[in-house]
Design a protein around this ligand. Structure first.
Ligand code: 5GP
Ligand code: MG
Length: 175
């Protein structure tokens, strides 16, 4: 897999594992008695969320939303489209949004703003990666795995035109 042409490893499976362990212990410390609702943003966060929740040994609930700010390819459209919305009641809940990568910040700002309007007890953000060089709107990341350079990343859930989501490592594509 790692030998596919044009792919360069940025974060190995072992790097990711230790970051997920650290994040799980931070989240356990803060949420073990709060029965939180974790909301994964599909599709990119599916692998991260699956690894993370396996390490959370306390009561919690899971929900998914599918938001899309990308058309096809690598360019963000700047507008968030709700492809699949929330089915759970969020009012009064402690909500933790789980995202694969915060890039312009537009996607997470949109969701966190929506949650606030729905009167959650709290809303925080856990992101595996952060690309701060591309930020267009402010985003506070409460639990962060890695700060990454301005490269287009694939693998561990992240795609390029729906390909590469199954790679176990996080790689970047040659420009
Ligand atoms: P935003 O620009 O709104 O912060 O990020 C929107 C979405 O774009 C993220 O949830 C993520 O799925 C996707 N995205 C941002 N940067 C990358 C990247 O380098 N690779 C891939 N595959 N997706 C990205
Ligand atoms: Mg995403």
């Amino acid at each position: 897999m790692g030998s596919q042409a044009g792919l360069h490893k940025l974060l190995s499976r072992a790097d990711i594992d230790s970051a997920v362990k650290r994040l799980a212990s931070e989240i356990t410390r803060d949420y073990h008695d709060k029965n939180p609702l974790l909301i994964g943003i599909l599709k990119g966060s599916f692998m991260f969320l699956a690894d993370l929740v396996r390490l959370l040994d306390f009561p919690l609930e899971l929900e998914f939303v599918r938001l899309s700010s990308y058309g096809s390819g690598r360019q963000t459209s700047g507008k968030v489209k709700v492809v699949q919305g929330l089915r759970s009641v969020v009012r009064g809940r402690h909500v933790l949004v789980v995202e694969d990568i915060v890039d312009t910040g537009i996607t997470v700002a949109f969701l966190l703003d929506y949650l606030k309007k729905k009167k959650t007890a709290s809303q925080r953000l856990c992101a595996l990666t952060d690309k701060p060089s591309r930020r267009r709107v402010p985003a506070d990341i409460d639990y962060l795995g890695f700060t990454v350079p301005d490269k287009f990343l694939v693998g561990y859930g992240l795609d390029c035109d729906e390909k590469y989501r199954n790679l176990p490592d996080i790689c970047y594509l040659e420009e």
